[in-house]
Ligand binder design. Structure first.
Ligand code: FAD
Length: 293
């Protein structure tokens, strides 16, 4: 039977390092254990969310009153099957990329600077440098309390930082279609992308990645926040990055409330100064919300 842990601190499961506890946590290692955990939650009418590497996640300081699922074992494993890479939903992007390179398969290089998992990538349709999950994904096995379904690209409804997945639908496995490419070329392309990233973003700080989505047109969210004079603005232990204004850093002792207060201020000033309503990209877990403008 799947073991359900109680009152587990979530701050250690997020890259920003803030937030309160999950009421329950399960660490399924097989699809059967995952479905069992989801059934356990459904029987109790309890909300369920997955946590990957917590790299786009802000957890309320009060915590999450539900079940958190953290995938491990075969649900985080990676295999090569011809030109397909088959990854558990909990497989880190870095491991997928490493296995692809070793097999001489290219296509995942864009994900080298995205510190998440396969499942988190589908949920967010994560992307960089003009590619996103849509460009490599074949399909995903998605679990719910009644079992699993395999969803193709159309059914996943991926667009800019959006998927059609709803809370409680957990990506258990994905298949990526890659293309043959010499591993040396993959290595040098990744090195170049990482160098570009290091020059423009705070890569050695505790952040949750981009705070806001870029507006459909006009300057990006970072430029708008920078022009609002907010670079370096600090509330409590949270600071708007001097390197890139669409990042919030935990400068030590930050709470999620500090980060939300900074987000609210950025949103307020950008709306007042430019008439643009920023939408947050980071996912909220637990009772967190931005004030109305
Ligand atoms: C330094 C830094 C740089 C970043 N750069 C980029 C970038 O260039 N491009 C980009 O798109 N993002 C970027 N991000 C954000 C983040 O890495 C991506 O959104 C990533 O895909 C999130 O994956 P995760 O596994 O960490 O998901 P989490 O942050 O753990 O979760 C994010 C959301 O996905 C859901 N989720 C997680 N796992 C599953 C699953 N198995 N099934 C269903 N839902 C799931 C969660 O419930 C939550 O709603 C960056 C983050 C950091 C810290």
């Amino acid at each position: 039977m799947i073991r359900i842990e109680e009152a587990v601190a979530l701050s250690r499961f997020t890259t920003i390092g803030t937030g309160g506890p999950a009421r329950w946590l399960a660490r399924p290692e097989t699809i059967e254990e995952l479905v069992e955990a989801l059934g356990w939650a459904a029987d109790r009418d309890t909300p369920v969310e997955a946590v990957g590497l917590g790299s786009n996640l802000l957890v309320a300081d009060e915590g999450f009153d539900g079940l958190i699922v953290k995938l491990g074992g075969e649900l985080a494993a990676v295999e090569i099957d011809g030109e397909l890479l088959v990854a558990g939903g909990g497989a880190p992007n870095a491991v997928c990329l490493h296995r692809a390179r070793a097999a001489g398969l290219g296509g995942l290089e864009f994900a080298s600077a995205i510190p998440g998992t396969a499942g988190g990538g589908v949920r967010m349709n994560a992307g960089a440098y003009g590619s996103d999950w849509r460009s490599v994904l074949v399909d995903a096995v998605v679990a719910g309390p009644a079992g699993t379904r395999t969803l193709g690209l159309d059914e996943l409804d991926l667009s800019y930082r959006h998927s059609g997945l709803v809370p409680g639908e957990i990506v258990a496995r994905v298949r990526y279609r890659l293309t043959p490419k010499p591993s040396d070329a993959i290595k040098s392309d990744v090195a170049e992308l990482l160098a570009q990233r290091k020059a423009t973003q705070p890569t050695n700080k505790r952040t949750f990645g981009s705070v806001f989505k870029n507006p459909d047109e006009g300057p990006g969210a970072g430029a708008l926040i920078e022009r609002s004079g907010l670079k370096g603005h600090r509330i409590g232990g949270a600071v708007i990055s001097e390197r890139h204004a669409n990042f919030i850093e935990n400068a030590g002792g930050a709470t999620s409330a500090d980060a939300v207060a900074l987000m609210a201020e950025a949103r307020r000033r950008v709306h007042a100064g430019f008439g643009v309503t920023l939408e947050h990209e980071v996912r909220f877990l637990g009772p967190l919300a931005l004030p109305a403008l």
